[in-house]
Design a protein around this ligand. Structure first.
Ligand code: SF4
Length: 362
């Protein structure tokens, strides 16, 4: 009898990701040590952070309704004739994508089809992209805010960030800047003193994407508290992910810990149905239950937290849901006079994360 070697989820994933243009596995040594701790405490690979950052069999095999590689239709928000380095989705703000690189890769990423690895090519086109957006901003006085996303803007040097903010700040109608980053979570050293100097100097709001309280290790907390003391404005905006943080107590602990270190809650978004996202998706009825339990059992500063779903029509909020169509598996939102249908996730596939697993340290 010939025995087939047992394949690890990583090697199975490698084939799939090439076929479907998914992100390769990428971790920092810092994050790997967090995963090692989780693995040895649980004795399995079922921990919340492993699930967020590593390919599991469930990610590779489970398919949910309505999956699409570009569900929020990022590409249609790129102005005609542009190179695709920015999106103009909301009248008063543009989203600049100055880099397509991240320090590590999240398996739940909804922009994976836009990310790539080549730093050298990126450096060549950065100047061109900065200029292209500058021209656009000059011609669009209705834009007041530039948001840097990506990829992760902290992959850029402080010098490059300074150039971006200095140039756009000279445009009279541009008054606000934001960056969205997960880099300090992957490695607290990614937020260098020089990065911080630039961000504080240009009054840039730093929006972290911290998904779980165990990502807030002491080294990171100290760094963020020091940044706050120096004048940095810090926020957290993160996805609600099945098996990672899909319990009111996990959310409460994350929000409370953020509050203690001066990181304000901004919003929580529901995972978009991109390819191979079913492993993270949650039935809408359960989302409503999680949010209501969180609000019933938490102080009032948590109640203002925005829960939303990004769609091709913009970010729709929980209170805009008017109907759940169980038969067609749809969530129906109403914005002004328009009804907007978004794929729900079937209740029978929605296996909630178990609290003793999600909060194994507690
Ligand atoms: S850091 Fe953000 S953009 Fe980068 S892989 Fe993770 S979710 Fe995607």
């Amino acid at each position: 009898m010939i025995c087939q070697p047992v394949r690890s989820p990583e090697s199975t994933y490698e084939e799939l990701r090439i076929q479907k243009h998914l992100l390769p596995v990428k971790l920092t040594a810092h994050y790997e040590s967090i995963l090692d701790q989780e693995k040895s405490a649980l004795g399995t690979l079922s921990g919340p952070l492993y699930r967020a950052m590593m390919p599991t069999m469930e990610k590779m095999t489970l398919v949910g309704p309505g999956e699409h590689p570009d569900f929020v239709s990022d590409r249609s928000q790129m102005p005609k004739g542009s190179s695709g380095c920015f999106l103009h989705k909301y009248a008063d703000r543009v989203l600049f994508l100055p880099t397509h690189r991240c320090l590590a890769h999240c398996m739940y990423c909804f922009r994976q089809d836009l990310l790539e690895q080549e730093k050298s090519k990126e450096e060549q086109i950065l100047q061109k992209n900065i200029q292209e957006l500058e021209n656009y901003l000059l011609a669009h006085p209705e834009v007041h805010e530039v948001i840097l996303s990506g990829g992760d803007p902290l992959m850029l040097s402080p010098k490059a960030l300074d150039e971006i903010f200095s140039r756009y700040t000279r445009i009279p109608h541009i008054s606000r800047f934001r960056i969205h980053t997960r880099a300090p979570i992957f490695d607290p050293r990614a937020l260098t003193e020089n990065h911080l100097k630039v961000l504080i100097q240009h009054k840039v709001r730093i929006i972290l994407h911290c998904i779980h309280p165990y990502e807030l290790v002491p080294e990171l907390c100290e760094k963020l508290m020091a940044a706050q003391r120096q004048g940095a404005k810090l926020y957290n905006h993160f996805p609600l992910l099945r098996g990672v943080n899909d319990h009111p107590l996990v959310l409460f602990k994350l929000l409370e810990q953020c509050d203690q270190i001066g990181v304000r809650p901004l919003s929580v978004y529901f995972p978009e149905p991109v390819l191979h996202s079913a492993v993270y998706r949650i039935a809408f009825k359960r989302i409503q239950k999680i949010v209501s339990e969180l609000q019933q059992n938490s102080p009032s500063w948590i109640h203002g937290l925005r829960f939303c779903q990004d769609t091709p029509y913009g970010k729709l909020q929980l209170h805009e849901v008017v109907k759940l169509d169980a038969e067609k598996c749809l969530v129906i939102y109403q914005r002004k006079q328009q009804l907007i249908e978004v794929p729900d996730f079937p209740e029978h596939l929605d296996r909630p994360g178990e609290l003793e697993n999600l909060l194994w340290k507690n």
